[in-house]
Write a protein that binds this ligand. Sequence first.
Ligand code: NI
Ligand code: MN
Length: 216
Amino acid sequence: MNIKYLGHSAFEIETNGKNIIIDPFLVCVPNYKPKNIYNIFVTHGHGDHLGSAIEISKTTGAPITAIFELANYCAKKGAKTIDVGLGAWRDYSWGRAIPVPAFHSNSTPDGEYAGIPCGFIFEIEGQTIYHAGDTCLNSEMKVIGEMYQPDIAMLPIGGKYTMDIEHAVKAAEWIGATVIIPMHYNTFDAIKVEIDDFERQIREVGKVPHVMKIGE
Ligand code: NI
Ligand code: MN
């Protein structure tokens, strides 16, 4: 398995030659070309998460997995979709995934109601990966830690719209993952952080900060 950071909250995960992409807002990687995309996951309808999902679905034929209302919006725009709700695993050709609660707002770029926002837990090649989407610190993270025991967690740390570093460190403890990948920071001024602070504070709670370079 290979995890590539595409900037902001966007990741591509490769497993046995199949790629999945999460929250494909691709302004940080203008030369990125989606290849072998099997599935697209979108945590909520904000532009910095929905990003190029509809376009990628149309060009690759890969379906977008999203909460019911957002999936319906994507389908109306011509994307293939898999509509889901919180609470059940879904099997894919490369593993399985479950949407989990995220505490945030949610609307489509047209201002339509987009259902609730979510995060996703992925089981791929025996590893459990949690992508938190946009969220504040919340007690569901204790449930996530107990139920799914993630190995790797991708957590927003930019503050203002989501958790900041201080809250993300507490989230890391509750979730229990060993490796913490920061996201949703330094893309624009409103979410600027000192990434050294994140690395230091995550190490202080006995976890491994993995700050990924864009395109890495
Ligand atoms: Ni958002
Ligand atoms: Mn966002």
